[in-house]
Design a binder for this molecule. Structure first.
Ligand code: ADE
Length: 231
């Protein structure tokens, strides 16, 4: 069982994705637990404020230390956290290797930043790992945190029905997936490649590998180089 504690000032952004599809299944089957914590509930401010103006000036508001430290401390008194993660664009990009590693952990806390950022003392004192989900800026860390939870939970053995499925994903072997087809065999005159209907599993494997290599080489040459180096 893996437990995620998600700290956010906009907790409603998190509820629906945690209550549908794979994450919901993982929770119902007892493989994962997700708890959402509203930082406002921990604010000592009489207006339940969780942010303030940046020292030194500048645009936007900064998440203030008090609610985050208090929420963190209350949770850390009950659970031993393997990682306390902060989602932020100024961090290394989250990869499949990170998801694989996190899927072996038991207790993960994720702080979703909002506004302009968070007080650096939070990052210095509480956070053990920081991830970006890509080189673009989102309005908060909630969607990135859900990306991490989804990528991790689906790796837990038993969560995805077909045990093969997570292991055969794109990135598992440094290559992108080959094209997939389902019925009908012909749709608006567009045919499914003959080889996939041949029943010849060796040929199908070879076809998929070739298509995976071609596709990776053309759209992700960076990944293709890694693949070649690992051969
Ligand atoms: N918060 C805002 N943008 C982000 C990004 N790209 N990755 C992670 N957290 C973020």
């Amino acid at each position: 069982m893996i437990r995620f504690d998600l700290l956010s000032a906009v907790p409603d952004l998190l509820h629906s994705p945690l209550n549908h599809s794979i994450i919901k299944i993982a929770r119902e089957k007892g493989y994962a637990q997700t708890e959402v914590h509203n930082l406002r509930d921990y604010s000592a401010d009489k207006h339940k404020k969780v942010d303030d103006y940046p020292f030194g000036g500048g645009a936007g508001m900064v998440l203030t230390p008090q609610p985050v430290f208090d929420c963190h401390d209350a949770l850390a008194a009950q659970h031993r956290y393997d990682e306390v993660i902060f989602m932020t664009p100024d961090a290394p990009v989250f990869t499949q290797a990170d998801a694989n590693r996190l899927s072996l952990k038991s207790n993960i806390m994720i702080l979703c930043g909002h506004y302009k950022g968070v007080d650096q003392r939070i990052r210095d004192e509480i956070i053990t790992a920081e991830y970006s989900i890509g080189d673009y800026v989102l309005s908060g860390g909630e969607l990135p945190a859900l990306v991490v939870v989804d990528a991790v939970v689906r790796l837990i053995p038993g969560v995805i029905g077909d045990a093969e499925s997570a292991l055969s994903d794109s990135f598992m072997d440094d290559l992108l997936d080959a094209p997939q087809y389902t019925r009908p065999a012909e749709f608006r005159g567009l045919e499914v490649p003959e080889v996939l209907r041949s029943g010849d599993h060796k040929k199908i494997r070879e076809w998929r590998k070739r298509l995976s290599e071609e596709k990776t080489k053309s759209i992700r040459p960076d990944l293709y180089d890694i693949y070649l180096n690992n051969q």
